[in-house]
Design a protein around this ligand. Structure first.
Ligand code: PMP
Length: 492
């Protein structure tokens, strides 16, 4: 069980209080609520990796606000930055006006950006959600190119907005062409590795150059350097460089969605830096606000041809978030936390690979830096059919062109969302918070803060290993239980 220090009677009272809050939540809040369903806890205090519930139970938080908390909960430098704005008497709401706080945030942001982008960079402050910044990036490139097509990838997640602009009378339909993202474990072409990534790149190239390919003229290509919600799938560096070459050669702006991968998470300050690719546009949110809401688009100045108000929003001037964000960016930079994420992440990945060898229900382990995932599979199930390359209505066929004899189907087992959910549940019972992601919700995801210590990493791995063992034990018990005797019924 999660650690608690309350005496038994106080524990009972606290448990009851929590249950009544959760009951009221389920009566008053939306059926669309998400994390609240799988994490029935009521946080009241948090520091670093640890969250404490109203029942006194403590949890190691490897969800980190869906990857937001680069420094963990309530880091002293973040709290100090927020307090200093509050104590200064500065206005908290300033639309998109200039302020010293915003100026300092921009100094810090430009100091961390890939130099080639920083030299000619412009920043659009957005409504404070990643999805709004994605919308802004799309408007930016559509205006700059005069085109309406968008190239995006299978398994991508870029946000939730749709419809508001249409309802306001200002929408121009976007026409998305979906292209294959290299997914080694369930390679859409059935080959995996470098060859799978090369086929994915060749497919992209061929549909763009085919006059009859049915691809609307693209205003931009948007991609995640590591797909997060899609199941922790790092884009191979070589493939990313190919996407850069393909888009440059055709005058298509490349948009890197670094909402989740930014600020050291993957072991580089920005995940595109692993490959040396410099995108034309970067979409940033989550960690850049130091735990408060903030979202921006950074882009090269020649794209800056949109008109005043082309992307607006009431809440673009969150001063507390800018102060907390500047403090976070500076702390990550000054303390080389990206490098720390790279070394610690590699060590954890090696330990997860050992776990995978011992646990047949772990089909694949992958990640970059401190963005890690374990894909759960049915250990006794049949091999899964090869992942269709593209969604219905998209531009590519399910299998790669070329001689079929060159294709060795990958042998991934069927995804096991119920086992993944059971692991998440067992982790919670052991005081460890993890989330699920992936095409089939079968990937257990770890997004610990970059401040994770070696000892904390060990504790996380121990609890995860324990949870996996418990799940496999009950899976085995169920799979091999003797059939229940038939219920007595009427004689036939
Ligand atoms: N892009 C990526 C890569 C994301 O991971 C997310 C959120 N998980 C978003 C965009 C959308 O961000 P938000 O939820 O803040 O709108």
């Amino acid at each position: 069980m999660a650690v608690t220090e309350l005496p038994p009677t106080a524990q009972c009272a606290a448990d009851e209080r929590i249950q009544s809050i959760l009951r009221r939540q389920s009566l008053r809040e939306s059926a669309a609520r998400t994390y609240a369903r799988s994490l029935p806890i009521v946080p009241v205090r948090a520091r670093g990796l640890t969250i404490e519930g109203a029942d006194g139970r403590r949890y190691l938080d490897c969800l980190s606000g869906a990857g937001t908390l680069a420094l963990g909960h309530n880091h002293p430098v973040v709290l100090e930055a927020i307090r200093s704005v509050l104590d200064s008497g500065a206005p908290l709401h300033v639309l998109d006006l200039a302020t010293p706080v915003k100026d300092a945030f921009l100094d810090e942001l430009f100091a961390t950006l890939p130099p080639q982008l920083a030299e000619r960079g412009r920043v659009q402050f957005c409504g404070p959600a990643g999805t709004d910044a994605v919308e802004a990036a799309l408007t930016l490139v559509r205006t700059a190119t005069g085109r309406d097509g968008l190239l995006a990838f299978t398994g991508a997640y870029h946000g939730m907005t749709t419809g508001a602009l249409a309802a306001s009378g200002g929408a121009r339909a976007v026409s998305v062409t979906r292209l294959p993202f290299p997914y080694d474990y369930r390679c859409p072409f059935g080959v995996g590795g470098d060859r799978g990534a090369e086929l994915a790149a060749r497919w992209t190239e061929s549909v763009l150059d085919d006059d009859k390919g049915g691809v609307p003229a693209p205003a931009g290509m948007i991609l995640e350097p590591v797909q997060g919600e899609g199941g922790v799938i790092p884009a191979p560096d070589g493939w990313l460089r190919r996407m850069r070459e393909i888009t440059t050669a055709r005058g298509i702006p490349l948009i890197a969605d670094e909402v989740q991968t930014g600020v050291g998470r993957t072991g580089a300050f920005w995940a595109v830096e692993h490959s040396g690719v410099v995108p034309d546009v970067m979409v940033l949110s989550k960690a850049i606000g130091g735990s408060l809401p903030l979202a921006v688009v950074v882009y090269r100045d020649d794209l800056d041809v949109w008109s005043p108000g082309a992307h607006a929003g009431t809440f673009r001037g969150n001063q507390l978030a800018m102060a907390a964000g500047a403090a976070t960016l500076a702390f990550v930079r000054e303390n080389a936390l990206a490098e720390r994420a790279a070394t610690l992440g590699a060590r954890i990945l090696a330990r997860l690979r050992e776990l995978a060898r011992r646990h047949p229900c772990v089909g694949d382990v992958r990640g970059r830096g401190l963005m890690l995932g374990l894909e759960l599979v049915d250990p006794e199930g049949a091999a899964a059919p090869i992942e269709p390359a593209l969604a219905p209505g998209s531009a590519a066929p399910a299998h790669a062109p070329g001689p079929t004899s060159a294709i060795t189907p990958t042998s991934a087992l069927a995804p096991a969302p119920s086992l993944a959910a059971a692991v998440r549940q067992e982790c919670l019972g052991r005081g460890l918070i993890v989330e699920l992601g992936g095409r089939h919700s079968s990937v257990v995801r770890l997004l610990p803060p970059l401040t994770l210590t070696d000892e904390q990493a060990e504790a996380v791995l121990d609890r995860l290993a324990d949870a996996l063992e418990a799940v496999e034990r009950s899976y085995a018990a169920r799979a091999h239980a003797p059939l229940a005797p038939p219920l007595p019924g009427p004689a036939r």
